[in-house]
Design a protein around this ligand. Structure first.
Ligand code: 13P
Ligand code: SF4
Length: 301
């Protein structure tokens, strides 16, 4: 910790001086998550909380689509992302043009878009969803068939829980697609009695081997509620680090995959973001208006 203390002190001071708050995703490293963040959570919680922020500046310690969502929901605030390169393989997997073509191919079928997309893609969508509310969003539409984009595995995992027919796209999370059913079987053999929690961005064969699948917040809540003796969180590496702090009696088995995008955010660039007001997120107003509607419809479900 001493190695971080200069940056932590500076960030805490800069937050007061600039009337800023830091929203951090569950995949941020513990020194960000536990030492400087004001609000932490999954994508859904961060979106909801961003809307309520009264401070002048929001620093989004997460990836670009999360910062864009915060800007959509609270447009009068300055929203900073400490590294513009913090992207997402899912957001990169689909373009607005792809959605327009899909609408021609499936006329009248509503488009449900994962929040892990650009504002321009959200603007072409009817409604957004996150891993925390995807089933509820799909079922709220009251139709027999939806397009659910761009995460193929999330779409397949939700299809297994609902009677609504789901048409998927071919996007994948580069972190969760790497887990295999064999990984889970090996963990169970090596750690008898382990409870396996998986993110629904994992392939369906992986989710089938897990005891529970849910968003990052749902996994964290599960540990708090069920207090398993041993647990593995089949997801990004910082999740276990962050959750373990609050549960010293739970043994965390740690095989995990790093998200290179989330890991671009550091104490150093959070400090620079506040010192230099960089990098401010801007969204074309015409795009923002339509994208906001899709996110607001989601939040109303
Ligand atoms: P959550 O909404 O579950 O936090 O997931 C976001 C994400 O990027 C998972 O890879
Ligand atoms: Fe995107 Fe996957 Fe990283 Fe989440 S973990 S930000 S879905 S690449």
């Amino acid at each position: 910790w001493p190695v971080f203390s200069d940056d932590i002190d500076a960030i805490l001071r800069l937050k007061r001086e600039r009337n800023a708050v830091i929203l951090a995703h569950n995949y941020q490293t513990p020194e960000i998550f536990h030492c400087v963040a004001d609000i932490v959570g999954d994508s859904l919680a961060l979106a909801r909380k961003a809307m309520e922020v009264e401070a002048d500046v929001i620093v989004l310690a997460g990836v670009h689509f999360m910062a864009e969502t915060a800007k959509l929901l609270n447009p009068s605030k300055t929203v900073l992302i400490p590294d513009m390169g913090a992207g997402c393989s899912l957001a990169d997997s689909i373009t607005p043009e792809d959605i327009r073509l899909l609408r021609q191919r499936y006329p009248g079928v509503p488009v449900v878009t994962y929040v892990n997309t650009s504002a321009a893609v959200k603007a072409e969508s009817d409604i957004c969803c996150t891993s925390g509310n995807a089933k509820a969003v799909v079922e709220s539409l009251g139709v027999p068939r939806v397009l659910m984009l761009p995460d193929e595995y999330l779409a397949q995992n939700i299809a297994a829980q609902t009677d609504v027919e789901i048409i998927a796209w071919k996007g994948h999370c580069e972190v969760h697609e790497r887990f295999t059913p064999e990984d889970i079987r090996e963990m169970r053999a090596a750690h008898p009695g382990v409870t396996v929690l998986a993110h629904p961005e994992c392939p369906p064969e992986v989710v089938a081997e897990a005891d529970f699948a849910g968003s990052t917040a749902a996994m964290s809540d599960y540990v708090g509620r069920e207090k398993p003796a041993r647990v593995v969180l089949v997801t990004e590496c910082s999740m276990s680090d962050n959750v373990a702090v609050d549960h010293p009696d739970v043994e965390f088995i740690r095989p995990c995959n790093l998200c290179p995008h989330m890991k671009l955010i550091t104490l150093g660039n959070i400090r620079s973001a506040l010192e230099r007001n960089q990098h401010a997120v801007t969204i074309d107003p015409a795009v923002a208006e339509r994208a906001r509607l899709a996110v607001e419809r989601m939040l109303a479900v």
